[in-house]
Design a protein around this ligand. Structure first.
Ligand code: BGC
Length: 352
């Protein structure tokens, strides 16, 4: 079968490879791969800056934003052939650490977790894949065209859960949220904020293209002014940061309401320095009981939360997030960023 593979650490090594068909273990589903979403992490891996092949292999099958259709399932499993499924990205570390032992593998303490398509486990970018039934999540059939958005939605479901839990350390009644960055993570974070009944503001640099309209269609407010002026004006109770840009992060930190929570979800490259007034930031965090919390990945609970969020969302709005669908044979096009791209998806069912 065909699979999209990369040699981690080697820029320019992405290609479609012929690899053996997977043979499912007794506890596994055999799945026909329908599509994978492409995100910043995939671009880092393709750029040779991130990613690890499985032990003993040179190449890694890419793809962690999955969507597939069950071909075979173990008897008495909760899955049946024909079901739409998404595979969970992370697996607990083998020790396991206390967090992984409790199903909180998204909070792994020893860094020995593995991730499909990213860290030491082949991903879902292949015509067939297998997945343990415990790490597969069924998707509502009406979400077939947008199912690859499930994984990024799990990431924002976790971020929102973090915000809620941090907020509940004392009296908490957030009403205004600022989302920085109107990429897929920012827009999905805005969707979940609207679903929570919050007054949602989204900030991005662009003034045209699909992003302003996508924000407005949610009933949220779009901004393209500098983050410090927008945040100073609206005084957000919560900031979901989805750019990973250092200046945006620090400008957001400095301008929350009292008891503000800034949740960082953007993965940035090291080595980009910004000048900050450390005294002023420390003073603001202390005197306002502010919190900054980083959030990555998602556990099974967040997959359930994401499935519920997507099931109540407007499918037409979700469809607009998918800017382009690129067949596997033209994979390079999917990695060539275009200005109006929100989410690019690679389809796995074309036959070359
Ligand atoms: C994925 C996460 C993963 C992280 C770090 C992100 O793109 O969505 O599931 O934990 O990369 O590898």
């Amino acid at each position: 079968m065909r699979a999209l593979t990369v040699a981690p650490g080697q820029r320019g090594s992405l290609r479609v490879s012929d690899v053996p068909d997977p043979v499912p273990a007794p506890n596994e589903l055999l799945v026909q791969g329908l599509a994978i979403g492409v995100c910043g992490t995939d671009k880092e891996i393709v750029g040779g800056e991130y990613g690890w092949a499985p032990p003993g292999q040179d190449r890694l099958v890419l793809g962690h934003e999955s969507l597939g259709r069950v071909l075979t399932s173990p008897p008495n499993s909760k899955f049946a052939p024909g079901d739409l499924v998404v595979g969970v990205v992370r697996r607990p570390d083998p020790v396991p650490c206390g967090a992984c032992a409790r199903g909180e593998f998204d909070m792994c303490r020893n860094g020995r977790y593995t991730e499909r398509g990213i860290k030491e486990l082949d991903g879902y970018g292949s015509e067939l894949w297998r997945v343990e039934t415990d790490y597969a999540v069924a998707l509502d059939p009406q979400l077939e065209s947008v199912g690859t958005l499930m994984e990024p939605t799990t990431v924002v479901a976790k971020a929102w859960e973090q915000v809620q839990r941090v907020g509940e350390r004392a009296w908490f009644d957030a009403s205004r949220v600022l989302v920085t960055g109107a990429g897929p993570i920012g827009l999905l974070a805005a969707l979940l904020g609207v679903q929570r009944g919050l007054d949602v503001h989204v900030l991005d640099r662009v003034t045209d293209g699909p992003k302003p309209d996508l924000v407005k269609a949610l009933g949220a407010t779009y901004h393209h002014d500098p983050v410090d002026s927008v945040a100073a004006r609206i005084e957000p109770d919560v900031v979901i940061e989805a750019t990973g840009a250092g200046q945006v992060v620090f400008d957001a930190l400095a301008n929350t309401a009292a008891y503000g929570i800034v949740c960082l979800t953007g993965v940035s490259a090291a080595g980009r320095r910004v000048g900050v007034d450390a005294g002023a930031i420390n003073r603001e965090l202390v005197l306002e009981n502010d919190v900054v919390v980083g959030s990555v990945n998602a556990n099974l609970r967040h997959y359930q939360q994401a499935a519920e969020a997507l099931a109540t969302a407007d499918v037409a709005w979700l469809t607009e997030l998918v800017s382009r669908r690129v067949p596997l044979t033209r994979f390079a096009d999917a990695f060539a960023t275009r200005p109006d791209d929100v989410k690019v998806v690679i389809t796995l069912t074309d036959h070359a």
